[in-house]
Design a protein around this ligand. Structure first.
Ligand SMILES: [Zn+2]
Ligand SMILES: [Zn+2]
Length: 302
């Protein structure tokens, strides 16, 4: 199948960023990707004071243009440490500000969406946690104007993490004020769905029913998909990604997903293991495992 035909789906990966995000773009181009995901700052820090330098924006945009990847087909993954659900009065404002700065950097880069993990209700009060997540999103959307959307990612469901079920995703989104609501949304990670106990592997119908439940509850379709197989079992709540076809979901469910109309027009991003994460900063070659996964996805989408 030609890359042009595969263009019916926006396929890509969270490519390796050694050397900068423009190098992540060049590595994506090398594997024929039409979408990709990046970090705009170091993901183990809050990044609540980190702005983006104009030179970095320039290099990134030039690399996208050269790769033929539209900025709107790029997703930024927010820092993992941002817990916008936390009841801790010292941590919550930093998480809120970190999310706001992430949206600011991503808007400067001109990319389509920021995805983030909503965090954990460490005090077990899940309703209050929904309020805090929505308040952090609202703060970010109010302060940063632009077209970049802010998307909640469903989680693997470990411990007290929020955003596992359709009702929780919908509960966050319905708390966003109406004028800002169009710039908020959600996306689904296949590994997280499976680890949370959703039977997306059973049959095409069972998988479609899961997507139906999210679509009905949220009132809209997902804004992205993360395509990851799962090392852990159904309902294990383990967030361990495996190469497509090498985990417990298996290859076929990805074929069903890539033929579901809901995967059209939105970034479908691999976050699967890579062969050479220590690649040299100036080496723009695609990761061999990313390239292999892209070949597989093109076949499955065809
Ligand atoms: Zn994620
Ligand atoms: Zn994950």
């Amino acid at each position: 199948m030609t890359p042009a035909a595969a263009g019916r789906r926006l396929l890509g990966a969270h490519t390796i960023e050694n050397g900068g995000i423009h190098m992540a773009v060049r590595r994506a181009a090398g594997a024929g990707m039409s979408a990709l995901q990046v970090f705009t700052a170091i993901p183990k820090f809050y990044g609540d004071k980190t702005s983006i330098k104009p030179e970095r924006v320039e290099r990134f945009r030039a690399a996208l243009a050269e790769a033929g990847i539209l900025p709107g087909h790029v997703v930024a993954h927010a820092a993992y440490v941002l817990n916008t659900a936390t009841p801790d009065p010292a941590k919550w404002p930093r998480a809120r500000d970190g999310l706001t700065k992430e949206l600011e950097r991503s808007t400067a880069l001109g990319i389509g969406a920021v995805c983030f993990h909503p965090g954990a209700a460490t005090d077990d009060d899940r309703d209050a946690a929904l309020d805090r997540i929505a308040a952090a999103m609202t703060h970010a959307l109010e302060r940063v104007e632009g077209a970049t959307r802010l998307l909640v990612e469903n989680t693997a469901g470990a411990g007290r993490t929020m955003g596992r079920t359709p009702a929780e995703v919908a509960g966050i989104l319905e708390r966003i004020p109406v004028p800002l609501r169009a710039r908020a949304g959600y996306g689904l990670d296949t590994c997280h769905l499976f680890a949370s106990g959703f039977p997306i592997h059973e049959s095409a119908a069972a998988q479609a029913a899961v997507l139906d439940d999210f679509e009905r509850a949220a009132g809209e379709r997902p804004g992205f998909f993360h395509l990851n197989d799962s090392e852990g079992a159904l309902g294990s709540n383990r967030d361990r990604h495996a190469l497509i076809g090498k985990g417990q979901i298996g290859e076929e469910p990805f074929r069903w997903l890539l033929h579901d109309p809901r995967s059209a027009g939105v970034p479908c991003i691999l976050e699967t293991p890579q062969e050479n994460p220590a690649i040299a900063d100036d080496d723009a070659s695609a990761d061999p495992w990313d390239a292999a996964m892209m070949g597989l996805l093109r076949d499955l989408a065809g």
